[in-house]
Design a protein around this ligand. Structure first.
Ligand code: ADP
Length: 470
């Protein structure tokens, strides 16, 4: 596996190398081209000037060329040669290695002998070596050629100086870039390693682990997201563990009772029939309780899927409240409890009918279950500030202030014995809360004076969606 760090290093290095190569070559090549152009202009111009003077002679021979050249006095370091129409040298201003009488076998000379100006310049061994050759023409006839040879070490030295200067700068830039790249990539890979280490810890179940990454960049944002995610995972894991332990505890108690009762019957062969009947009755009660718990548990676990499955529609919460009150009347009547509904019109909410009915029914049922004999339950619906409210008030035993929010937790019961007596499972309010929140609402409980509890369901008002005023 090629590490990310080396990939970053590699790509940065390639980019920097390309930029530096361009910086090093482009100016040198451009300068070189400009020098050659200026040399070509200069040498061809002077050669043409000499050529037109020589053309005035009509024909070329050594003495006459010599005398004209001495008058022209082409000074400087330029070597000047004049050839006849065959390329044989008639004049050479070099004192060191004169080639007078020899034939110049150069392509430039051949080109000049065929009537064209010719120029070539090469940059070798720290000098520009240039040749310019032009024909000497008289009345359309080629009399010979004028050749200029120039070896320019001065300008080439200047170019070498520029090249050296650029090389030094390149070296410094390269070193600085390499050091920065190494530092940056080390820092980057250290932060990435921290991140992947943290992910590994979460994978191993250490949900309490949090990342601390300095800076204000994408990796810091990623670390924050990671911390948020691990926080949620930790919360979910805690809830899951508590749920599993609570659920097993809740199931264990009735199961133990069933086992005890059944064992008693088995171990007492001559138990009177009336006792057997009583024990079987208790066993049946415990099984009913187990069934209720498992039903509620299934309802809770399926709620996510089922709520998504139920088609949502625009419903009047007041209709649902009135129905829940009507169907709870027999239960209330058994204990002499007065149950009454007071509903406002057009309390439109968006929900599925069955789950929403279950919410209100659960609250009304609790208000009856945890009430005093001959108490009262009052259900009120109204809309206010973009919300629809349903209040379920009772005159019952109430809930200690500190436990008002806890009663919505799974299996939480204020008075276990009473809840058991009334057949409670401690799951009803969890179902209520989960359903209401699914529909974008809230539910909470308050204590009433002098006694009793108020449960409040608040859902967003959706009247505008069905053409009612908002
Ligand atoms: P249960 O099946 O025990 O009724 P719930 O989730 O419906 O479970 O309620 C949780 C607990 O909240 C109950 O055990 C009870 O202690 C308390 N509670 C619920 N409703 C009321 C109420 N109207 N008055 C007093 N206590 C209540």
């Amino acid at each position: 596996m090629c590490s990310l760090r080396f990939r970053i290093l590699g790509s940065y290095f390639t980019i920097i190398a390309v930029v530096l190569i361009l910086v090093n070559t482009t100016p040198v090549m451009t300068t070189q081209r400009l020098i050659v152009e200026s040399k070509s202009n200069e040498l061809l111009k002077t050669a043409n000037m000499v050529s037109s003077t020589l053309a005035g002679l009509g024909s070329l021979d050594s003495e006459r060329v010599e005398s004209v050249m001495s008058i022209l006095d082409v000074s400087g370091d330029v070597r000047v040669l004049v050839t006849d129409y065959r390329g044989a040298v008639l004049y050479d201003n070099s004192r060191e290695l004169p080639v007078r009488g020899k034939t110049l076998m150069l392509s430039e000379v051949f080109s000049a002998l065929s009537g064209n100006d010719s120029f070539r310049s090469t940059y070798t061994d720290g000098a520009f070596e240039s040749i310019a050759a032009v024909p000497v023409m008289y009345k359309g006839e080629i009399l010979g050629t004028v050749c200029f040879f120039d070896v320019d070490a001065g300008t080439a030295g200047l170019l070498l100086g520029i090249q050296d200067y650029l090389r030094t700068i390149t070296l410094i830039v390269l070193l600085v870039c390499i050091v920065m790249m190494i530092l940056f990539s080390a820092m980057f890979s250290r932060r990435m390693q921290k991140l992947s280490g943290a992910i590994k810890m979460i994978r191993e179940g250490q949900y309490e682990h949090r990342l601390v990454i300095d800076g204000h960049d994408e990796i810091t944002a990623l670390a924050e997201e990671f911390n948020d995610l691990s926080g949620r995972l930790q919360k979910t894991e805690t809830l899951r563990r508590r749920f599993v332990s609570d659920a097993s505890h809740e199931l264990k108690t009735p199961l133990a009772s069933v086992k005890l009762l059944a064992d008693s019957i088995i171990q007492t062969p001559d138990m009177p029939m009336s006792d057997v009947q009583e024990f079987l009755h208790d066993i049946s009660d415990e099984i009913a309780r187990l069934t209720r718990i498992t039903d509620h548990l299934l309802q809770l676990t399926r709620l996510d899927v089922e709520l998504a499955d139920h088609a949502r529609e625009y419903l009047d919460l007041s209709d649902i409240a009135r129905r829940a009150v009507r169907l709870s009347q027999p239960l209330a009547a058994e204990r002499g409890i007065t149950l009454q509904a007071d509903t406002a019109p057009e309390c439109i909410v968006e929900a599925a009918e069955d789950p929403l009915y279950q919410v209100i029914f659960n609250l009304v049922e609790n208000a009856i279950k945890y009430n005093v004999d001959c108490g009262s339950v009052h259900v009120l619906t109204y809309k206010s500030e973009g919300n629809v409210y349903c209040l379920v008030d009772d005159t019952g035993v109430g809930v200690p202030e500190a436990e008002l929010s806890r009663i919505f937790e799974r299996f939480y019961r204020v008075d276990k014995a009473r809840s058991r007596e009334t057949g409670g499972t401690g799951l009803g309010l969890s179902i209520v809360k989960q359903t209401v929140e699914e529909y974008g609402g809230k539910v909470w409980a308050e204590n009433r004076r002098p006694q009793g509890t108020r449960f409040v369901v608040c859902l967003p008002y959706r009247g505008a969606e069905v053409g009612l005023e908002s």
